[in-house]
Write a protein that binds this ligand. Structure first.
Ligand code: C2O
Ligand code: CU
Ligand code: CU
Length: 486
């Protein structure tokens, strides 16, 4: 096996530190850190991949589907023979999948039967501010709140998750996340794999105590993770749809896999065994213009990639591992596909998937700069944007409704940056213009010491929204800022 220098450094655990050597600040800037399980790690590929239940509307009328999700504690078996307490929408982890339709109003009532306040945000949703899950729009224990999603947006793999100010990391870690899949006519007119061959995969890492519970290294004197984990919490067990290193039996046919990185702080570079191709058809904001065959798909926390895998390339009886190339050992494993039988396949991957409007940066009214870096937060080391910790009272940017703007974002260590309300297009990464047709994103990974330029248009709703780092420990330790669409 040949390795790039970066991969070699990574294997030594030195990737981030050495690749920025020469910058003294970074020596002190903490990186995500592994929280080791005290429970024995389970054997891989012994449990079937669970598919989250599909939520049923409690009511529908001419224009609207109504759902109710009850957040409650439950016990589930993740490690064999052990009970793991989780907090779940519907008592499930992942929560029920909502399958919604573009342009059809969807109202989700969230009832909180947990002992702590919660906030629910639809990640990737083009949502009015009052339903967007602003971090202090708390749903107190014993109360409920309606979220109205007009869904005037394209088909895409979205997800909902907790967004409570200062506590998103621990609350998502305990299980508060689920899929929200939006379809539309354009997508339905394509012969893509569907039904049982359209599979959402929520990938996240967790660690386990010997009694089966999932520890979180919370600080005792306030919100956030303990000093050692302020760079981010990594688990040593990789879960897919809430199961540890599961296996899925597949036909010799094409499957659409909706990959979501739901981890707090772990980044993946997903790949099949050598020679295996993942054909990417979609990104955070829905279909790409054309399919993109890849030998690996990189996903930072919050990012999604819809890929097609054609298992007809394998033989019945083959076992096909999906691995994370950024790791070795147990954390390099993600899940396995067991090729089970021959089957008919009427699906295809069209050479054109969608028409995507190119946002022209020359039309931008404003270019703004955002610096993501560590710094002092009320006497502790934390994470700042433009030198400030998150402050609900401070608005960093006031874009006008309808305007195109270029946002230039810089990093110290790696930060997956997420924008609420509108999807964006990436213009350049580390000074290099992005080639190829544009795609719609809502989360973009900045590697260490990078600048990324994005272009977006503020559409739909006025009001106050957030931009933040989707490393949830960074987010909780204040790496978030407000923009107000005026
Ligand atoms: Cu997925 Cu503001 O978050
Ligand atoms: Cu979001
Ligand atoms: Cu960050």
């Amino acid at each position: 096996m040949t390795m790039t220098r970066r991969q070699a450094l990574h294997l030594l655990g030195l990737g981030a530190a050495l690749s920025v050597s020469g910058c003294s600040l970074l020596g002190r800037t903490p990186l995500p850190r592994l929280l080791e399980s005290t429970a024995p790690l389970p054997a891989p590929y012994t449990v079937p991949l669970p598919l989250p239940a599909v939520a049923k509307p409690v009511r529908t009328d001419a224009h609207t589907d109504y759902y109710e999700l009850v957040q409650r504690q439950a016990e589930v078996e993740i490690l064999p023979g052990l009970r793991t307490p989780i907090w779940g929408y519907g008592g499930q982890f992942p929560g029920p999948t909502i399958r919604a339709r573009s342009g059809r109003r969807t109202v989700v009532q969230v009832a909180n039967r947990l002992g702590v306040p919660t906030v629910t945000h639809l990640h990737g949703g083009h949502t009015p501010a009052e339903s967007d899950g602003y971090p202090t729009d708390l749903v107190q224990p014993g109360t409920r709140r309606d979220h109205t999603f007009p869904l005037d947006q394209r088909a895409a793999t979205l997800w909902y998750h907790d967004h409570r100010m200062d506590y998103t990391g621990p609350q998502v870690w305990r299980g508060l996340a689920g899929f929200f899949l939006v379809s539309d006519q354009e997508e339905e007119s394509l012969p893509l794999p569907s039904g049982e061959r359209d599979i959402p995969l929520m990938i996240c890492d967790r660690s386990f105590n010997a009694d089966g519970s999932m520890p979180y290294p919370a600080r005792h004197d306030g919100p956030g993770a303990r000093e050692a984990f302020m760079g981010g919490v990594l688990g040593d067990v990789i879960l897919v749809n809430g199961a540890a290193w599961p296996e899925l039996r597949v036909d010799r046919a094409r499957y659409r896999l909706r990959l979501l990185n739901g981890s707090n702080a772990r980044t993946y570079e997903l790949a099949l065994p050598a020679g295996g191709t993942l054909v990417q058809i979609g990104s955070d904001g829905g279909l790409l213009a054309a399919p993109r065959p890849l030998d690996r798909v990189r996903l930072a926390p919050g990012e999604r990639a819809d890929v097609i895998v054609d298992f007809a390339a394998y033989r019945v009886g083959d076992r096909v591992e999906l691995r994370n190339l950024l790791e070795e050992g147990p954390q390099a494993r993600v899940m396995r596909f067991a090729v089970d039988r021959d089957a008919r396949d009427d699906s295809a991957i069209p050479t054109t998937l969608s028409r995507i409007e190119v946002l022209d940066p020359a039309k931008a009214k404003v270019t703004r700069d955002f610096q993501f870096a560590s710094g002092d937060v009320h006497g502790h080391t934390g994470w700042l944007i433009n030198g400030r910790p998150f402050d609900t009272g401070h608005v960093e940017a006031r874009p006008r409704l309808g305007d195109i703007e270029v946002w230039r974002i810089t990093s110290d260590v790696a930060h997956p940056v997420h924008l609420h309300l509108d999807h964006f297009q990436v213009l350049s990464v580390a000074g290099e213009r992005r080639g190829g047709p544009p795609e719609w994103k809502d989360t973009v990974e900045l590697r260490e010491s990078q600048t990324v330029e994005i272009v977006t248009r503020f559409t739909g709703y006025r009001g106050r929204y957030v931009m933040h780092c989707h490393n949830l420990e960074h987010e909780d330790m204040a790496m978030m800022t407000n923009f107000e669409v005026i």
